[in-house]
Write a protein that binds this ligand. Structure first.
Ligand code: FES
Length: 188
């Protein structure tokens, strides 16, 4: 820590992919449990360098803010880490932030990771999970099939107690009995 009340960050800036990179230093007020993302948010709220020069907010990526998506990865004191889960308290100062070195720069700490995603697509490197994509329409059921399945379920729950099943289904017992015969539903 610069002192108990402030944190110094040295950030590598590059406004365009072709521009020459340069370093800017920022000093922000220390708050307990701050992570690197919250420090970058503080800088965005007041983008003034340590020597009083007005500058632009630092560009970086983030998404989940809970160390899952990986979008906030950057070099923090020379090591690739997630900005959202790296606490300032764990870092030596000045804290150096640089973009990941293996990807083309977009701006500041944001890099173009599309090569990574293209390669993942080539090898289909994911596990399909129900609900994450359109599975198409479900199987069609006729009204009769739906009714049969529903009555069967109720009969199973009541262990084929006719009176209780009729009450749940809001049917007269005789109607339930007829439907059971129609659908071939019996205890055996
Ligand atoms: S924002 Fe998703 S891992 Fe940091």
């Amino acid at each position: 820590m610069a002192n108990n009340k402030s944190v110094i960050l040295k950030i590598k800036r590059q406004l365009t992919p072709e521009a020459k990179p340069s370093w800017e230093e920022f000093e922000i007020a220390y708050k307990p449990n701050m992570n690197v993302t919250s420090a970058l948010m503080e800088i965005a709220a007041r983008p003034i360098t340590r020597d009083g020069k007005q500058t632009t907010p630092v560009t970086y990526d983030s998404n989940c803010l809970e160390e899952i998506c990986g979008s906030c990865a950057m070099l923090i004191n020379g090591r690739a880490r997630m900005a959202c889960s790296t606490l300032l308290d764990q870092l030596d100062q000045p804290i150096k932030l640089e973009p990941l070195s293996k990807f083309p720069i977009i701006r500041d700490l944001a890099v173009d990771r599309s090569v990574l995603f293209e390669n993942l697509k080539k090898v289909k490197a994911w596990v399909p999970v129900d609900g994450t994509y359109d599975l198409g329409p479900g199987p069609r059921m006729t009204m009769e099939e739906q009714e049969k399945a529903y009555i069967h379920k109720v009969l199973k729950v009541t262990q084929y107690h006719l009176g209780e099943s009729a009450r749940i289904l809001a049917l007269p017992r005789t109607t339930l009995w007829r439907k059971m015969r129609k659908y071939g539903l019996s205890r055996s």
